[in-house]
Design a protein around this ligand. Structure first.
Ligand code: NAD
Length: 504
C-alpha cells in the first residue's frame, strides 16, 4: 500500500519508484527522514532501525532534530527551518515521540507537521494480542482512519461577547472525499470487508451531513465492501463495548481522535500501537505513545509502538515482504514470551530490555507466529488525491447578523421590534435566535437568553446584493447595535446552504 508518490507534483524520487515495484531486489535505497525525539525516543528508535537494517529494508536515513531542545532554542513549533526542507525533499518521516514543554505558547509539532504538509489521513490500527498480552477484548483487529486537517481542529476560535465563545467547525467536500476514499482503498488493499462511518449528522446536517453524504456516494463505488453509518455517540459506545465487531472506521477529525483512544484503551495495548499520517506528498510514521520521561535512559522501554509505525512505513513504501518479515518476527517474539516490563505478565517467559527485545526480533526474522495471525500485505497501492470541487451557482439570499446585545432585560421582543425598524433596501428581519433556538417572533419565556443574538435578515426579492448587506450593517451601526459578525446566506444551485433555526 502506498500513496502514489509518482503522481505528486513535487515527488520525483526514482528510488521510490524502483522500490515500489521490486522490494526483493532493490536497486537503490530509499531515503527516510528520522527524528530520534525525546525521552525514550532515542532508545526505541535505535532498536527499531536495528531491526529494519537486519531485515534488509533498503532504506537510508537522514536525521533531523525536532522536539524539546528545538522548542527551547526558540522555535515555538518544535522544528527548525532546515528540517522542513529535509522532510519536503525526502517525503517519508519516521518520528520518535517528543516532549512538548508545558506552557510558554509551544505549539503541537504533530498538528503543525500534518497540517502544513497536507497529511490528511491518520491511520491507526488497533489490535489485541491475547493471550500473549493481556487485553479486556481479545479479538480486536480494527483500523481507525481519522480525517487529520479539518473540523474543529482548524483552530479558528473567537470570543464574541462577555458570555459567548465560538469555534469554527470546517468540513470540506475535498477533505471528506479524500479521507473516505482513503478508507475504502485501505479496506480493499488490506483485505478488509467493512467500512463504518461515524458522524453526528442528525444534529449537524450541513457539516457532518456532507461527510455522511460523501461516504454514501463513495461507498457506491466499492460494492465489494460493506458500508455502514453510525451516529457517533452510539458508535463510540459500541467501540468501547464490542470493539471486535469493527473493521475499518472512518470519521471526521474530532470524533476520530476520541474513538482512537477508546479503541486503544479497549485493546489494552496502547504501548504497542503505531500510527501513520498520510498525505499526497509526505507521510509520517510513529508510535501512538509519548516520550515516557519517567523511564527514559533506563533501557527498558518497549520499542514495539515505533516498530509497528515503521512496519506501516514499509507497507506504505510497498516493501511488503519486508513488512511481513518484520511483523512476523515481532509477533513470534511476543508469542515466545520475551516481553518488556510494560507488557510483562502471566504469559511472559522473560523480562527483556529494549535492546534484548530488538535482538529477539532480529533472531526471529524469517519465522512466522504459531497462533497469532501472520502478517499479510498486498502489493496494491492506495492512490488517493485531494481534488477541488467544480464551482456551482451561488445566490446570496440573506444574511445572519450576530449581535452582542444586553439591553431591555434581554427581552427578545424588544430586540426584534427595534431591528424591524431597520428593515428596508431589499432585506427584512425574519427571526432571531439565541444559541440556535428561535426567540423572535413567538419565543418561549422558558428559553435562556445569553448576550449573543443571531438575527436573520432575508431578501424581500429572490436575491440580494452585497452592497445591500453593507447598507443594512451601516444602518444597524448607526442605530447603536454592536454587530460582532455576519454570515451570508446562500443557495447553491438552488439548494439551501444554511441550517434552519430550531423552531424556524
Ligand atoms: P506517555 O505515553 O509518554 O507515557 C504514559 C505512560 O506509559 C508512562 O508511564 C510511560 O512510562 C509508559 N510508556 C509509554 N510508552 C512506553 C513504552 N514504549 N514502553 C514502556 N512504557 C511506556 O504519555 P505522557 O506521560 O502523557 O506524555 C509524556 C510526553 O510525551 C509529554 O511531553 C507529551 O506531550 C508527549 N507526547 C508525545 C507524543 C508524540 O510525540 N507523538 C504523543 C503523546 C505524548
Amino acid at each position: 500500500m502506498s500513496v502514489d508518490l509518482q503522481d505528486s507534483p513535487t515527488a520525483s524520487p526514482s528510488h521510490v519508484a524502483s522500490a515500489q515495484h521490486s522490494d526483493t531486489h532493490p536497486t537503490e535505497t530509499i531515503p527516510v527522514v528520522v527524528a530520534h525525539g525525546d525521552g525514550i525516543g532515542p532508545e526505541i528508535m535505535e532498536a527499531t532501525l536495528r531491526i529494519l537494517d537486519a531485515a534488509g529494508a533498503p532504506l537510508h536515513y537522514d536525521t533531523i532534530e525536532v522536539g524539546e531542545a528545538v522548542y527551547k532554542s526558540g522555535h515555538t513549533s518544535g522544528i527548525a527551518p532546515e528540517a522542513w526542507d529535509t522532510i519536503r525533499k525526502n517525503k517519508i518521516l519516521l518520528k520518535a515521540p517528543i516532549t512538548t514543554p508545558q506552557g510558554g505558547g509551544y505549539k503541537s509539532l504533530n498538528v503543525t507537521l500534518r497540517k502544513s504538509l497536507g497529511m490528511f489521513a491518520n491511520v491507526r490500527p488497533v489490535k489485541s494480542f491475547a493471550p500473549y498480552v493481556n487485553s479486556p477484548h481479545p479479538n480486536i483487529d480494527l483500523v481507525i482512519i481519522r480525517e487529520n486537517e479539518e473540523d474543529t481542529y482548524a483552530g479558528i476560535e473567537h470570543r464574541q461577547t462577555t458570555e459567548v465563545y465560538q469555534t469554527l467547525k470546517l468540513i470540506t467536500r475535498p477533505g471528506s472525499e479524500a479521507i473516505v476514499r482513503y478508507a475504502f482503498e485501505y479496506a480493499r488493499t488490506h483485505d478488509r470487508s467493512r467500512v463504518t462511518c461515524m458522524t453526528k449528522d442528525n444534529i449537524m446536517k450541513l457539516t457532518d451531513g456532507l461527510f455522511h453524504r460523501v461516504f454514501k456516494e463513495i461507498a457506491a463505488e466499492y460494492p465489494d465492501i460493506e458500508a455502514e453509518h453510525r451516529i457517533i455517540d452510539i458508535g463510540s459506545a459500541l467501540i468501547g463495548a464490542r470493539p471486535a465487531d469493527f473493521d475499518v472506521v472512518v470519521a471526521p477529525n474530532l470524533y476520530g481522535d476520541i474513538i482512537s483512544d477508546i479503541a486503544a484503551e479497549a485493546s489494552g495495548s496502547v504501548g504497542l500501537a503505531g500510527s501513520a499520517n498520510i498525505g499526497e506528498r509526505v507521510a509520517m510514521f510513529e508510535a501512538v505513545h509519548g516520550s515516557a520521561p519517567d523511564i527514559a535512559g533506563q533501557g527498558i522501554a518497549n520499542p514495539s509502538g515505533l516498530l509497528r509505525g515503521a512496519i506501516m512505513m514499509l507497507d506504505h513504501l510497498n516493501l511488503d515482504r519486508i513488512a511481513e518479515k518484520v511483523e512476523n518476527a515481532w509477533l513470534k517474539t511476543l508469542e515466545d514470551g520475551l516481553h518488556t516490563g510494560d507488557v510483562y505478565g502471566e504469559n511472559s517467559t522473560r523480562r527483556v530490555s529494549t535492546a534484548e527485545f530488538a535482538d529477539a526480533v532480529i533472531e526471529r526474522l524469517g519465522e512466522a507466529p504459531a497462533t497469532l495471525p501472520a502478517a499479510h500485505y498486498t502489493d496494491a497501492d492506495v492512490t488517493v488525491g485531494v481534488h477541488r470541487t467544480p464551482t456551482v451557482e451561488k445566490t446570496l439570499v440573506g444574511v445572519d447578523v450576530f449581535l452582542d446585545w444586553n439591553q431591555s432585560n434581554r427581552q427578545p421582543d424588544a430586540l426584534g421590534n427595534a431591528l424591524k425598524e431597520q428593515d428596508g433596501n431589499g432585506l427584512r428581519l425574519k427571526l432571531i435566535t439565541n444559541r440556535g433556538v428561535k426567540v423572535f417572533p413567538d419565543g418561549l419565556p422558558e428559553t435562556f437568553w445569553t448576550d449573543h443574538w443571531r438575527c436573520r435578515f432575508v431578501a424581500t426579492d429572490d436575491s440580494v446584493q452585497a452592497g445591500q448587506i453593507v447598507d443594512l450593517l451601516g444602518r444597524l451601526a448607526e442605530a447603536g447595535f454592536d454587530v460582532i459578525k455576519t454570515e451570508n446566506l446562500y443557495t447553491f444551485n438552488g439548494e439551501r446552504g444554511y441550517s434552519l433555526a430550531q423552531g424556524e
